[in-house]
Design a binder for this molecule. Structure first.
Ligand code: SF4
Length: 625
């Protein structure tokens, strides 16, 4: 390993053309010459090895004579998956424990090893299962892997997945979020100590961990679900409740839990303990200046559980974005797929989320039972044109058949068929072209492995196929993701500023963006100017009349360490300019205050821009010059 690394350093030092192809060739040459497998060079291990020597063997590292420039070039060359932090933040996805869902949608998988709707083969699910769904362990493991891959992790977006967040007891929700923050706040040695203690705690309970152990544990009950029609919720009780299995029960149950004087949530004996709201707020406060700051916290829940109270609750946890399963706006299709909701209630949920400043990340499906390619296109057109909806982000993906879902019966009865690839691509391409410039299509497939899909799309590169179709149409794509500058360098003088204004049921929205001459997006801000009567109309106790809201500020470019310089967009002051311009425009529109739905780790940034803590938000009074 060292020889290969030294040869790479030498080539970089000599100014040779060193790129991915060159690196592949070098690795192949070393592996051909290796006498046995233990001497083989794995490309993905080179960077972790480099960082290990740098941290733990100072004498050897000194002999390598790595200058700052050489270090930067080496990390850039060896870094795996650069796009993971290209949007400006490192994403850490975690899963909540298996838990019943109070709905039972037709297409929803029923894998009893997972929270409802997830499959144990999905990568994030595998990681969570190996951590016993423990939030602290999941974050600790991801921080380690991201650091090994050379990613900067000082700005973190936490994405919490799991069937329906609002169905979990409040005490569990608070504990789960608190542990995420604790893992990010702790110093590396403390984190390592707690990780070991917590691992020992679960091992002491004799809980399965390896995939084959977990499969064996759930096999019998899973068989009843898949073959004998047992519901997920029933199976969950049999598997976890009836056997008093502590994997999902632990001690974090009940509505309350946690005391003001109680033990900290990550006690050194490893045992999880309930957490009070005050303790959670202490963890929030610690994160404001922590090494790994939370710049976004996303949960997913059902639209029928979005209420005035749940919005306040989500804010008190530090949540900034909500993933919501919408799937369709057609009431007949919603009913046929057992969604138990109407488009009117969906509109109400989105109105409340917008009033409270949350970013909405909605899931929308094509090819549901009862839909046709034409009805799907019409449905999506309504989603992106009707002022009642207009989401910020969309996961747009086709329904597919998974073994344990109820959809199997519809398939067998001939009531559902997957679209042909031609129809599917046509529908998705039409949807992409209909998407406005302020909406981001984040995904086009679900992270389900091909062998779990009995019928439906198995192409993992579906997005590229759809992009090729949109390109061939000659119509420019407006949606955000295809316009992100990703890892490109930025030249400030080439950027221009423009505003896209649109009306919603509750507000006038202004999407402010910095774009390149090619219409690539370097940064944007979502300004919400609520209609004065909207909170009363939708039963929201927020915001106060006269207050505007910054719902999102996002600056692209390769993630840059908080105190370091970068040639990306993050250090050109684009964010600050956007915030000041939003305040100016809101004042001009007659608003007297600006709220920002700041993530906990961005509070210091907004404080520097004149925002003060004001309940669940930060607020800046708007006054003229
Ligand atoms: S609400 Fe979500 S998790 Fe619950 S059954 Fe429907 S799709 Fe599955």
């Amino acid at each position: 390993m060292e020889d290969a690394l030294l040869e790479i350093l030498e080539a970089l030092r000599a100014g040779q053309k060193v790129d991915a192809a060159w690196l592949d060739k070098l690795v192949r040459r070393y592996n051909k010459a290796a006498h046995d497998a233990t001497r083989q060079v794995a490309k993905r291990r080179l960077l972790p090895y480099y960082f290990k020597v740098r941290a733990e063997e100072p004498e050897r590292y000194a002999r390598w004579q790595v200058t700052d420039e050489l270090h930067t070039a080496l990390v850039k060359l060896l870094q795996a998956k650069p796009r993971r932090t290209a949007s400006g933040v490192a994403t850490i996805t975690v899963l909540t424990k298996p838990w019943p869902c109070s709905s039972n949608c037709l297409y929803c998988p029923n894998d009893v090893r997972m929270p409802k709707s997830y499959l144990s083969d999905e990568p994030a699910c595998q990681r969570a299962e190996r951590c016993w769904f423990d939030p602290y362990l999941q974050v600790a493991a991801r921080l380690r892997v991201l650091a090994d891959m050379g990613h900067v992790t000082d700005k973190v977006e936490l994405i919490v997945l799991g069937g329906t967040w609002s169905d979990y007891p409040l005490a569990y929700q608070r504990w789960f979020i608190g542990e995420l923050f604790a893992a990010l706040n702790d110093a590396p040695d403390v984190r390592e100590k707690k990780r070991a203690a917590r691992t020992a705690f679960y091992q002491g309970l004799g809980l399965p961990r390896e995939r084959n152990e977990c499969a064996a544990f759930a096999e019998e009950v899973q068989h009843k679900v898949t073959n004998a029609g047992m519901t997920y919720n029933h199976a969950w009780r049999e598997l976890y409740d009836a056997r008093a299995h502590k994997q999902v029960a632990l001690c974090i149950e009940g509505e309350e839990g946690g005391t003001e004087e109680g033990a900290p949530c990550s006690a050194e004996d490893g045992a999880p303990r309930p957490l009070s709201q005050t303790q959670l707020e202490v963890l929030h406060d610690e994160n404001v200046m922590a090494a790994h700051r939370v710049v976004g916290l996303v949960i997913e829940t059902r639209p029928d559980l979005i209420t005035n109270e749940s919005c306040q609750q989500l804010r008190s946890l530090g949540c900034t974005k909500v993933q919501l399963g919408i799937q369709s706006l057609n009431d007949d299709i919603l009913r046929l797929n057992k969604r138990n909701i109407t488009s009117e209630r969906l509109a109400h949920a989105l109105a409340l989320l917008r009033l409270y400043g949350f970013k909405s990340h909605i899931h929308f499906m094509v090819n549901l039972v009862g839909s046709t390619p034409e009805s799907d296109c019409a449905d999506y057109a309504r989603l992106v044109n009707d002022p009642a909806f207009l989401p910020d982000e969309v996961k747009l993906y086709p329904c597919c058949l998974v073994e344990s879902s109820e959809l199997v019966h519809a398939y067998e009865a001939g009531a559902w068929q997957p679209y042909s690839e031609e129809d599917l691509v046509r529908v998705l391409a039409t949807d992409v072209l209909a998407t406005p410039p302020y909406t981001r299509i984040s995904r086009m497939i679900r992270d389900i492995s091909a062998h779990d899909i009995m019928a439906g799309n198995k192409k993992t590169n579906l997005r590229q196929v759809v992009e090729a179709a949109t390109y061939a149409s000659g119509t420019p794509v407006q949606e955000i993701r295809s316009r992100e500058i990703a890892t490109d360098g930025i030249h400030l003088e080439n950027l221009s500023f423009n505003v896209v204004e649109y009306e919603t049921l509750v507000s006038t929205e202004r999407f402010m963006q910095w774009v390149t001459p090619e219409n690539k997006i370097a940064g944007f801000l979502r300004l919400s100017l609520p209609h004065a009567e909207a909170p009363a109309r939708f039963g929201a106790s927020f915001p106060a009349v006269g207050d505007a809201m910054i719902r999102e500020v996002h600056v692209y470019g390769k993630v840059a360490a908080l105190q370091k310089t970068s040639d990306g967009a993050q250090h050109l002051g684009l964010g600050t300019r956007l915030v000041n311009e939003a305040c100016r425009q809101a004042l001009e529109a007659g608003y007297t205050g600006m709220n920002v739905i700041s993530a906990v780790g961005t509070r210091a940034y907004y404080a520097r821009l004149g925002f003060e803590d004001a309940g669940l938000y930060q607020r800046r009074p708007l006054v003229g010059e």
